[in-house]
Design a protein around this ligand. Structure first.
Ligand code: MRU
Length: 351
């Protein structure tokens, strides 16, 4: 990749500001955890694994904010900060997973050396970043087996390098298949309201030299009817115990259309996106965002002032519409799996 979504540099966290893409490439360096929380809320950094990594680094920065403090007291303070970071965005489980993991590393530290404690948390954030890179790579390797030469793939939102610490999830599969020499075309949904597909997915894919076609969200059914789509691959923000999953608003509609038109529908996600504490999709918290994302475009009001708006950022796709889950551990058949669409037996499990 020619860009880094998030990386630690000289004790600061460098974040590629995704709100400005594709027009401007602007990196922001943060050394205050509160700025990273705001950066997550503003969607400068977004995508489930990426906000998890940012959250873990935010906790590591918070541990450095107190100049002189007893390690036990710092652990208590960090427990509160962790709550604050986790509430920045509620739907992707990766955020709470990563922050809790960094906090746990802190709590397991039994020494009384403040600097050592800080290093423990920082190192855990680095581990989370490196492991995410590896999980993306593994998803790419496992998922590319599902792609045939000549396939056309539909994706929704951005489940690419911009949403992770590595080469992405859904897009990792596309990059890997492309690097294997398979000729593929990708249709990218623009992804209203804030266009992660048009702005981010197209930007990433085109840099990698992948044949990319941008479509509006409401064109998917027509393309499937025209048999222009061989398979769908999307990401996930949280996959729960019964296999239901949350992803960017509009994913559910794509899944329904895919079933109607007998197009295989895959979701690609690292182990960190699986949440077995929640039984079904009905209980996944869905983030609602500002009405301005829908009513204002490029500072121009595009709907009548005062109109009522409902703006859920995610929807739930039921397990019955999923052909398979492509994970770093293997491919897990979904509710739609009749056998022929999943060439490999399940080798992974819900964690
Ligand atoms: O609101 P966003 O842009 O954070 O939503 C992102 C998605 O829905 C992605 O599909 C998902 O997080 C997978 S990222 C690899």
């Amino acid at each position: 990749m020619k860009f880094k979504t998030i990386e630690p540099i000289k004790g600061k966290i460098r974040i590629l500001d995704q709100r400005q893409l594709p027009l401007k490439i602007v990196y922001k360096d943060y050394d205050d955890f509160r700025d990273i929380i705001e950066s997550i809320k503003r969607l400068e950094i977004r995508g489930a694994p990426a906000i998890g990594i940012a959250g873990a680094f935010a906790l590591a920065l918070a541990a450095r904010a107190e100049v002189k403090i007893d390690p036990e007291r710092l652990k208590c303070l960090l427990t509160d900060v962790a709550m604050e970071i986790k509430s920045a965005r509620p739907t992707a489980v990766n955020l709470s997973w990563a922050v809790d993991r960094a906090l746990k590393a802190a709590c397991l530290y039994e020494g009384d050396n403040l600097e050592e404690l800080r290093i423990v948390i920082w190192d855990e954030a680095i581990n989370i970043l490196r492991e995410d890179e590896q999980m993306c790579h593994a998803i790419g390797q496992k998922g590319a087996k599902l792609i045939k030469n000549g396939d056309t793939i539909l994706t929704h939102c951005n489940a690419g390098a911009l949403g992770t610490g590595g080469i992405g999830t859904a897009l990792a599969i596309i990059y890997t298949a492309h690097n294997q020499g398979k000729r593929i075309r990708v249709y990218a949904d623009e992804t209203r309201p804030i266009l992660q597909g048009a702005r981010l997915t197209c930007w990433e894919l085109m840099q990698a030299g992948i044949d990319t076609v941008l479509i509006c969200d409401n064109m998917v059914g027509f393309l499937m009817k025209q048999k222009k789509i061989d398979l769908v691959i999307v990401g996930a923000d949280r996959i729960v115990k019964n296999g239901d999953f949350a992803n960017k608003i509009g994913t559910y509609g794509v899944a329904v259309l895919a079933e109607k038109h007998k197009v295989p529908f895959y979701t690609a996600a690292p182990s960190s996106s699986f949440d077995n504490h929640i039984a079904s999709g009905e209980d996944i918290p869905i983030e609602e965002r500002s009405p301005n994302e829908i009513t204002i475009w490029n500072e121009i009001q595009i709907a009548p002032a005062g109109v009522k708006v409902y703006n859920p950022a995610f929807d739930i796709t039921p397990a019955e519409l999923v052909t398979a889950y492509i994970t770093d551990k293997g491919i897990i058949p979904g509710g739609r799996c009749g056998g022929e669409t999943v060439p490999t037996p399940p080798s992974g499990e819900f964690n």
